[in-house]
Ligand binder design. Sequence first.
Ligand SMILES: Nc1ncnc2c1ncn2[C@@H]1O[C@H](COP(=O)(O)OP(=O)(O)OP(=O)(O)O)[C@@H](O)[C@H]1O
Ligand SMILES: [Mg+2]
Length: 222
Amino acid sequence: MTKIISAENISKNFNNGPWVLDNISLEIQKGDFVSIVGASGSGKSTLLTILGGMDLPTQGKVFIDDEDITVLKESRLAKLRRTKIGFVFQFFNLAPYLTVEENIILPVILNGGKKKDYTKRLDYLLDYLGIAQYRHKMPSKLSGGEQQRVAIARGLIFEPEVIFLDEPTGNLDSKSSQNIMELLAKINAELGTTILQVTHSGKNAQYGNKIITIQDGKIIER
Ligand SMILES: Nc1ncnc2c1ncn2[C@@H]1O[C@H](COP(=O)(O)OP(=O)(O)OP(=O)(O)O)[C@@H](O)[C@H]1O
Ligand SMILES: [Mg+2]
């Protein structure tokens, strides 16, 4: 087993307020599919954001591939987010005035890359995620499940080692939820992408090979 992410004694508070995360340590191995569960307000999204280098812990260290990301310069962190990490959110966060394919390629453009260098990757992802027929459509013409597949494709554009998902099915009906979860299991098994998802659903949590339960900012079960 190869470790991909580790957190050492991370704690987080906002503006000197109460501790939202309280001395959390964990290790995630390459190829893991981890589900983070817990009540609303327990600190799940905060933990995911810190593990993905989108925010800093108040105390403690986070390592991705043995690199302490809490001390990285913003430019290096941006590169790491670009190359190693993909993010997917509950509300899809697609740009409404861009087509499906423009949305998927957007991270490339934002990073100063050229669309033509990614056309093969784009075609592959559209096909792999079953959304090729929508490539020139606007997101508003798609169902929630289809929009979330577009968001997943966008998260995979740089072939990340890890994909972070915060309540990826929180806005979907049960059939679409199951579809998305099966797709994530397929991505994990076939592409070897490490997956970290936050979920409220016990059923969705079961797709993970590890379940981490958070209560009041502490891990109470793993
Ligand atoms: N930027 C912030 N500033 C101040 N407090 C925050 C901030 N972000 C989160 N919190 C607080 O931290 C606690 C944990 O929030 P977090 O969003 O991590 O919970 P969660 O487990 O993801 O909840 P939910 O299931 O409702 O999404 C909450 O009490 C929240 O109000
Ligand atoms: Mg949350």
